[in-house]
Design a protein around this ligand. Structure first.
Ligand code: SAM
Length: 356
């Protein structure tokens, strides 16, 4: 097994190597965004249309600065590659785990006493007979023993990423914020609750987390396209008054909630109180143009400075154009804060906007 990448080559020289992840089918758009930002980008797919390895002719810190200032919508997660270990077929699992552990010393900047999370992944079909959790277990033991580190899963100071492929293993160390998401591969998991009304609830939970919001700080929300009620139920749990609008039925578990007002009709046919709401969420899963128009017509109800969370259906596989057209419609009255395809978005992405 060889260590191909010299650590000084990757962390401080003129180029840096990364592994980036997008939702399945959307890596092509993540690459397009990266290429606009970094014309020197060279890339190859590790998992078709989902995971991509790329090299940029800039050092790591410069790449991160540019990425944070212009965060791509479709790049869910990335981590740097500081070590590449070549795999040979004959090697036993135990020897390979030992090799991975021995390469910890090639990762610069592991702080003594730091909280470190190991995030191990493997590409499908890579032929190896140990699991990502065994990689974590082996590395945790060395980190605790030799580096006096604290092995954690969440709230880490540093993340060590290990990606096992058929012929190589990639390792890198980074701060959680540098990975765009502190979840392995950006795959944020929420526990499904008993009686949860819809999986759509996860989208709003993820938006709250990803955009750094705290819904308990809001008072009165409008939920457009509310049925069966996953988003409404989350906002009720956060203590808000909710005005839900949908021609479809809300789940019986929330319909009699004392902080809920429900208009069972098309959102085009409701009259709301002026300036009365500080949050508007919309998950109508409808043509973005029509959604944008409908939303605009209801903006009188939202206070200035109010927050909007909107899922946008990506039509005809032309996401950039779809978003551009929608923003052209909305931006005189609203300011875009963040646009991101969240892990729980399917053929859509989520916008966070503020009313001017
Ligand atoms: C994806 S579902 C919403 C799921 C919901 N966020 C949840 O967590 O349960 C989309 C909803 O939008 C509603 N919808 C579509 N067009 C609408 C309109 N013009 N006015 C109100 N609701 C609409 C549909 O009836 C449907 O119930």
């Amino acid at each position: 097994m060889n260590n191909h990448l010299d650590k000084d080559d990757t962390t401080s020289s003129v180029s840096s190597t990364w592994i980036g992840t997008a939702n399945h089918g959307f890596a092509v758009y993540a690459v397009e965004e990266l290429r606009r930002l970094f014309p020197s980008l060279k890339f190859s797919y590790i998992v078709p249309s989902e995971i991509v390895q790329f090299t940029i002719g800039l050092p790591q810190e410069e790449v991160l600065q540019l990425l944070h200032a212009n965060e791509p919508m479709f790049l869910r997660h990335l981590h740097p590659v500081h070590v590449e270990i070549e795999r040979t077929e004959e090697v036993e699992a135990e020897a390979e785990l030992a090799a991975i552990c021995s390469h910890l010393e090639d990762l610069s900047g592991i702080h003594s006493g730091a909280k470190i999370a190991i995030q191990a992944r493997k590409s499908e079909g890579s032929n190896f007979n140990y699991s990502p959790s065994e990689i974590k277990k082996a590395l945790d033991a060395v980190l605790i023993d030799q580096y006096r580190a604290e092995a954690v899963v969440r709230d880490a100071d540093q993340i060590i990423s290990v990606f096992v492929m058929a012929d190589s293993i990639y390792m890198g160390i980074s701060r959680p914020t540098d990975n765009l998401s502190d979840w392995s591969g950006g795959a944020i998991r929420f526990r499904k609750e008993d009686g949860q009304i819809s999986r759509a609830k996860f989208k709003l939970l993820e938006a709250e987390y990803a955009f750094g919001l705290d819904f308990t700080q809001y008072r009165h929300a409008i939920d457009l396209g509310a049925a069966p009620g996953g988003w409404t139920s989350l906002l009720l749990e956060r203590g808000l008054h909710v005005t839900a609008i949908d021609p479809g039925a809300l789940d019986s578990s929330i319909i009699r909630h004392k902080r809920l007002t429900f208009y069972r009709r098309n959102a085009a046919n409701v009259k709301l109180d002026d300036n009365n709401y500080d949050l508007l969420v919309c998950d109508m899963s409808w043509n973005p143009k029509q959604t944008g128009k409908l939303l605009k017509d209801l903006l009188y109800a939202l206070q200035s400075g109010g927050t909007i969370i909107l899922t946008v259906k990506l039509m005809h596989k032309k996401p950039f154009q779809t978003i551009k057209e929608l923003l052209r419609e909305l931006e005189p009255e609203l300011s875009l804060q963040h646009a991101k395809q969240l892990f729980h978005n399917r053929e859509e992405l989520t916008l966070f906007l503020i009313k001017n």
